[in-house]
Every structure is written in structure tokens, then in C-alpha cells.
Design a binder for this molecule. Sequence first.
Ligand SMILES: *Cc1c(COP(=O)(O)O)cnc(C)c1O
Ligand code: SF4
Length: 335
Amino acid sequence: MVTRSSTACQSDGWKRELARAHRDARTLLRTLGLSARDIPDLDPEAQEFGLLVPQAFVDLMRPGDPQDPLLRQVLPLRAEHQQAQGFSLDPVCDSDAELSPGLLQKYPGRALLVVNGACAAHCRYCFRRHFSYRALGPAEPRLARAIDRLSLAPSVQEIVLSGGDPLMLDDAQLAELIDRLAAIPHLRRLRIHTRLPIMLPSRVTEALVRMLTEGRLPAILVIHANHPSELGGPAEQALRKLAAHGVRLLNQSVLLRGVNDSVATLQQLSERLFECEALPYYLHQLDRVQGAAHFQVSDKIATILVDQLRARVSGYLAPELVREIPGEQSKARIA
Ligand SMILES: *Cc1c(COP(=O)(O)O)cnc(C)c1O
Ligand code: SF4
């Protein structure tokens, strides 16, 4: 059993930070010494998928720089309204792979559970930006159904928790979910895909670390950093704490024009990740979701970048360049 108790102040700190996250573009720009005039393409109203970013991430942006790579990831632009050919609402065809609502199996041996819909930040390139989490229905009985379904799928050894961001659940909910998964005898590993150690490092509380390390299933955290500047002091401490307790850390990035599409940036990212005890895993080619076309890097340039990176770093510091192709047995390697 995982300990449920934790000191109130520690478990609440991240929620308070989240409640104070930026939701208004003009205020965010002001804190960075910028104004709407510095960003001619700004979409200050962004109705459908509004601006959301915690101050911890804003602290890592360079004041006065409208091109800051962290700012670009969260600032809504009018370019998102362009209809680009080949960009759709459900680019990875999630709906074709459901075992039960929100439980997807695309690849042998592992299944992915969409735990929730919330994130600490809204990344503008997100392929789930049009995903209707509401259509999934309330967490219960949906999660109970998924657990029942998993119990009947003995070939699944690894459960991947995804979302949204699964670490947005509070400790009690998360502990309960992990306990229920640990009770399924054929599961051998618990993987969590999360951007919170980057966006909201205060989420990595002692209680969370205990929850991930004291249960039956070994935990793997796949974090999501796109740029070396995202791995500031608090994120580094959070990651080191997880690693020190035996949580394995991998990173996936999305290749994004104007954010990390240079070999020097990718090299620094890999090196910073290593310093933070995480290894690069995947570098994703953007899923072609409507609204994200302005971030796209061509496969030709992506391949050149990864080849150049391989010539500069140790093999284990070069992520695999992949793309999600519906119907394949694994993520497709591009180079
Ligand atoms: C990406 C993904 C996984 C994980 O794939 P790995 O190659 O093992 O990282 C598992 N299930 C689904 C549905 C996925 O989209
Ligand atoms: S944290 Fe992940 S799921 Fe959430 S908005 Fe960003 S990319 Fe999308």
C-alpha cells in the first residue's frame, strides 16, 4: 500500500501555483517586459484552447525576447487558425485503437490509458488540442472499466498513463489508481507520460516520489522537455529527486520550428537532460493537428538535424526521430 498521508502545505503548494497560472496573454507579456505590439500575430482571445502557463515556466523565459523558445510554445497566435492541407482534428486516429473508453492499445505489450484531460499548460502544438475529453465521460466508472478490461488482457505488461497530464490528479486519486493497477498480476511496469516536472516542478512532492517507488510496479517517467532552458533549477532538483529514489527518467520532445530546430539546441537539450538524470528517448515529428502547421519542420530537415546530432553526441544522447503513423506496430522511425 502507498501512504496516503502527506503534509497539507506540501501537497497543496503545487495546486496553489496552478490556480495562479497565467491565463491572459497581455498580462503574461507584461511580466516579460513585452507588449502585444511586439507580437504582431498574437491571438489574445484564443477561445477554444486558451493560454495557460504556470509562473514556474515563465520564470525560465528571457525577458524582452518575443522569440523566446519557451514563450513560443505557449503563446496563442493567429497562425493557429490557418487551415493547412493534411492537418486534421484527430491526426493519430486514437479512436481506432480503443479497448475501452480512454484505454488504447496500438502496440503489442503496452496499453495507454488516458487518465484525465487537464494539463498545467497548454502547449500550442499539442495533438490533443481538439480532443474531446468530455466525450470520454466522468473518470468513474470509466477508469474502473479500463482496469477491468486490462485485467482481461494478459499480453499487456506495461501500462502507460497519459492524458492530459496524469500527475494533475491529486495524490489520493493517483495512489488509488496506482494501487488498482498494481493489483493486476500481469502488469510489470508503470509508465507515466508527464510534463509536470518541467511545467510545475513543485508537483514532485515527497508523497509523489513515495507513491512511485513504494508500489509493486517499477515506475518510468517519460517527461517532455523541448528546449534546454526548460530544465531550470527547480525542474533539475525535481528530476534528481525522482532519479535518486529509483524512478527511471526518459524524455520525449517534439521537433518545433523556431523552438528547437537547430543542432546546437538539440545537443544542449540532450546534455542538460543527462545532467538532470534523464535520457533522450524520442524526438517526435509534429502530429499534423489543425492549428500547429506553423511549427512544422520538414522530414528532410529533421533527418539532417538528427544526423548532425549523432555526429556530435554519444549514441545514448541522440533521441530517435519518430512519427506516429496510424495502424503501425510501433512509432515509425524516420531516420
Ligand atoms: C506512443 C504510444 C505508446 C508508447 O510507445 P513506445 O514506443 O513504447 O514509447 C503506447 N501506446 C500508445 C497508444 C501510444 O500512442
Ligand atoms: S502537456 Fe502534453 S498533453 Fe498537455 S498540452 Fe502540453 S503537449 Fe499537450
